[in-house]
Write a protein that binds this ligand. Structure first.
Ligand SMILES: Nc1ncnc2c1ncn2[C@@H]1O[C@H](COP(=O)(O)OP(=O)(O)O)[C@@H](O)[C@H]1O
Ligand SMILES: [Mg+2]
Length: 580
């Protein structure tokens, strides 16, 4: 039997008329909605679609094949319901023609087809990470050998090596070159991005260090920190004020608050540098008959956290503006040296790949952009329009894992028809180390209007708020955690009522289903955690703690239990041993 969709899911399945972003947590049916929407297109009475009119993008190859399986299952189900529908039956054959792939798989197919338009061999191979590593290492080592030989004539290179304080055999310089190269290639126009870095580095004509990009960053960061500390200390001072016996610490707190506020009000770099010596008094609490020991502990903790934090932040402002600008002038030469190396690396690496007839993942993305937006990256090209016309809709699963270049590819293909459907969850953004940019998702999340209010052609969003994998206990706990922790600075958005999850299908109630144990470990962190977890598991098994099974409950069995670690390496062995 088909699942009954929630009204929000229904809207995500049937909504038409503009780019659509579906945002929701794990288990809320995002992938299901994508599959149902696709089937909706195939079965609609007017102008039913063919499967191969869709481009379906997932983040991994495994996810792509799983999705293909889900579409096949849903199609089979639908054919059983409408056995006379010939159009649907034909879709089974078309399933194998349908592009369900990773962005890189899609780019690779496209580049083979259009190789004649781009300066690439149609029989290129895609180099895997190991091969790329090997080529990069050879190229970098040759590049640096040459740079060290020519260092006498290259003050910028010498400045780079000096500021890094490294010798010839050091790994640091090649690592920075690669890092900057990779960061540049996450931008639509890597060359322009590198140019911008150099403009930023050159603080020429700037009067106050606070106006440089780094100055702005440091001051913003300090102000945010001060705002937070002021709020916390103010709360402490208010509590102390209203607690007879804590008058003295209240005065000390007020004095510290005054100094923090003075510092917060500073406008220029020199102002901050001149006011950064704070003189916090000593908090003295009554040693006998303390009226509120718990409040005392809380205040002490906030106080020392504040002092610790300031000790880290304020030394950044120990030099005055003129000195900082002079230092930046020095650094600018090093940055020019670095950018020159990055550019040379780019050329050498490209040549090495060309001679092997390989492309790496970055090439797949950028050559596709060359094809779709041209070298200037301005307008969709004729090829982009031609390719875009093939698709009734482009559907992207796990959209939060896209980077700016990938997003530009989707956009180039859908800009005219606004036919892009994206599902994702910014809380599940786990590929930032591969330079995925959750900001892409968040920007649309902020900008798009709720689907009910959208005008034709306008970007729209739908939030799915029912979770179908978990019971109310887990959902409440998840809401509690994210409501408390998530805000624009941590996690990218505010976790408000609209973001909260609800139970999708009623489950048999369970008491005390969620526990949080904070373990203070002394020497061997993993050992103590592992012992604790093993002991807790043994107790659950002995007591036959109830778990859900279908509609009812039964005692827990070992195969119901999973231990999640940051990575198997981090202490997996300890857990195994503790359980034995
Ligand atoms: N309306 C619904 N009724 C019943 N089950 C549903 C409904 N929507 C989703 N599910 C089920 O919930 C589970 C999670 O769905 P999935 O699409 O994988 O979520 P997500 O992609 O958001 O993590 C799946 O087993 C799916 O079949
Ligand atoms: Mg999913």
């Amino acid at each position: 039997m088909a699942d009954k969709l929630t009204p929000q899911q229904e809207m995500a399945v049937t909504g038409r008329g503009g780019k659509l972003l579906v945002s929701a947590a794990a288990g809320s049916g995002k992938t299901k909605v994508l599959v149902d929407r696709l089937l909706g297109y195939l079965t609609q009475a007017h102008d039913p679609a063919n499967l191969d009119e869709f481009l379906i993008i997932t983040y991994t190859k495994a996810a792509a094949s799983e999705l293909r399986g889900k579409i096949a299952a849903k199609l089979t189900e639908e054919i059983a319901r409408q056995p006379e529908n010939r159009h649907l039956q034909r879709q089974m054959q078309r399933l194998f023609l349908t592009k369900i792939s990773t962005v890189h798989g899609f780019c690779s197919d496209l580049l083979r087809e259009y190789a004649y338009k781009l300066d690439i061999a149609a029989d290129f191979r895609v180099a895997d990470e190991n091969e790329c590593r090997e080529i990069r290492e050879t190229v970098l080592s040759d590049l640096l050998d040459r740079a060290y030989e020519a260092a006498g004539d290259d003050p910028d290179f010498r400045a780079l090596v000096d500021t890094q304080g490294v010798g010839r055999s050091d790994r640091q310089v090649p690592e920075i070159i690669e890092k900057v190269y990779d960061s540049a290639h996450c931008h639509l126009n890597p060359e322009a991005w590198l140019d911008k870095c150099l403009t930023d580095a050159d603080a020429e004509g700037i009067g106050d260090a606070g106006e440089t990009v780094w100055g702005q960053y440091l001051i913003r960061d300090l102000r945010e920190y001060l705002d937070c500390q002021i709020a916390v200390l103010r709360q402490c001072a208010e509590s102390a004020d209203s607690c007879p016996g804590l008058e003295k610490p209240a005065v000390t707190l007020r004095d510290a608050l005054y100094q923090l506020e003075q510092l917060r009000a500073c406008g220029s770099w020199n102002d901050i540098a001149a006011n950064r010596e704070l003189r916090f008094g000593t908090l003295r609490f009554p040693t006998k008959n303390n009226p509120d020991p718990e409040l005392t502990e809380r205040i002490k903790a906030a106080w020392s956290a504040c002092k610790e934090g300031l000790k880290k932040k304020l030394p950044g402002f120990s030099n005055d503006s003129a000195q900082v600008l002079a230092d930046l002038h020095q650094t600018a030469a090093a940055q020019r040296g670095l950018v020159a190396l990055v550019r040379q690396f780019d050329r050498d690496y490209a040549a090495a790949k060309r001679s092997r007839r390989v492309l790496d993942f970055g090439d797949l993305e950028h050559k596709t952009l060359d094809l779709l937006l041209g070298k200037s990256r301005s307008q969709p090209t004729a090829a982009a329009r031609e390719i875009g016309r093939r698709y009734r809709e482009i559907m992207v699963d796990e959209y939060q894992d896209s980077n700016g270049v990938q997003d530009a590819i989707f956009d180039a293909l859908t800009r005219e028809k606004q036919n892009c459907f994206m599902v994702g969850d910014v809380k599940q953004s786990i590929y930032q180390f591969r330079l995925a940019d959750p900001g892409i998702f968040l920007e649309k999340y902020e900008k798009y209007v709720p689907a009910q209010q959208a005008e034709p052609g306008q970007g729209r969003k739908i939030l799915l708020s029912h979770n179908f994998r978990s019971g109310a206990e887990v959902i409440d706990a998840v809401n509690d955690v994210f409501r408390t922790c998530m805000r624009p600075k941590v996690g990218g958005l505010t976790y408000g009522e609209a973001e909260e999850l609800r139970e999708g299908i009623p489950h048999a109630p369970l008491d005390d289903a969620v526990e949080l144990h904070v373990i203070e470990t002394r020497d061997d962190q993993y050992q103590e955690e592992a012992d604790f977890v093993a002991e807790r598991i043994v107790r659950m098994l002995r007591e036959g703690t109830p778990v859900r099974d279908g509609d009812g409950l039964r005692p827990v069995r070992p195969e119901d239990i999973v231990i999640l670690l940051r990575s198997p390496g981090s202490g997996g062995g300890y857990f195994q041993k503790a359980l034995e």
